[in-house]
Design a binder for this molecule. Structure first.
Ligand SMILES: C[S@@+](CC[C@H](N)C(=O)[O-])C[C@H]1O[C@@H](n2cnc3c(N)ncnc32)[C@H](O)[C@@H]1O
Length: 278
């Protein structure tokens, strides 16, 4: 590990906090009602090879655990906060994301259900990486879920902050829009960068692209937002918080991932400073 990985397990970088620990222990130490946005991707229980965490638990035990985490997340959220929960099933566990979201129904309103499209075929073209799938039973898995959970179902979003220009410009005047931007909708095409080595993926089996948490933070749309990721991994959400001018709190149980997250955050900070001429 590099020189940033010290014996300390909690770090402050710029305006962000990185905490090494179990999120079920750390979340209760955060003030109730203090968090604007939670963006996270928990382990999916698909047998991924994390360094410490066992990603193959009995399904009921796994769902009970994530429900407990969701209770802890709910406590820290502001009344008008947003919880973006990224999760996926698999051919062998296709019900899992749906089982989970039904369990969370007493806790949250499902305000939006976003499909994160990782690869797509349009007419006769295909864009994005296709993970090989053998046999004839199953189609390729091209998308994952992002459940946008809120306490009221009435959280106002800044849809145009991640908007796209109108294809047909006549719509702008005809429909009284002031800007050439319309809502992107609930299918988000965010492909992974093609990488050739594990190092380029920070030696972590399941990161998400930084655009994903950036879009969530922008869509929620509050200046100076407090953003929490209870399963921070390599710190992608904190890098997004840095790039979006938000304040991040990241938690992971694995000190090696926390160290990587810290290094990425320092690098993102340098890029930001260069861009802003500081
Ligand atoms: C799917 S990964 C998150 C990856 C992250 N989105 C990224 O881009 O790097 C889930 C992470 O949860 C961590 N984890 C598992 N159980 C945990 C717990 N009880 N508390 C905190 N972190 C935990 C694992 O170490 C793993 O890094």
């Amino acid at each position: 590990m590099d020189q940033l990985a010290t014996a300390d397990l909690t770090f402050t970088e710029h305006r962000h906090r990185l905490i090494c620990g179990d999120c079920l222990t750390v979340l209760p130490t955060i003030d109730a009602g203090s968090v604007d946005v939670v963006v996270t991707s928990p382990p999916y229980n698909l047998g991924m090879t994390y360094r410490d965490y066992n990603d193959r638990r009995k399904e009921d035990e796994y769902l009970d655990w994530l429900t407990r985490v969701a209770h802890a997340v709910r406590r820290v959220m502001k009344a008008e906060g947003s919880f973006f929960l990224n999760i996926s099933g698999s051919s062998s566990a296709p019900w899992l994301p749906f089982e989970l979201i039904v369990r969370l129904r007493p806790l949250f309103v499902l305000q939006n259900h976003i499909a994160w499209i990782k690869s797509i075929a349009t007419r006769d073209d295909a864009v994005g990486h296709y993970k090989p799938v053998g046999g004839r039973r199953f189609l390729h898995h091209n998308h994952e879920h992002i459940f946008h959970l809120t306490l009221t179902g009435d959280v106002k979003l800044d849809r145009l902050a991640i908007g796209v220009p109108f294809k047909d410009k006549s719509n702008i005047a005809r429909r009284g829009h002031v800007r050439d931007l319309r809502c992107r909708g609930n299918t988000w095409f965010i492909p992974y960068d093609t990488v050739q080595s594990k190092a380029a993926k920070f030696h972590h089996p399941s990161t998400f692209p930084v655009a994903l948490p950036r879009w969530c933070i922008r869509l929620h749309g509050h200046d100076n937002a407090v953003v929490v990721d209870p399963f921070m991994g390599t710190g992608t959400t904190l890098v997004a918080a840095e790039l979006e001018g938000a304040r991040g709190i990241g938690i992971d149980m694995d000190p090696a991932y926390v160290a990587i997250a810290r290094r990425r955050l320092v690098e993102a900070g340098h890029v930001q400073h260069k861009l802003s001429g500081v």
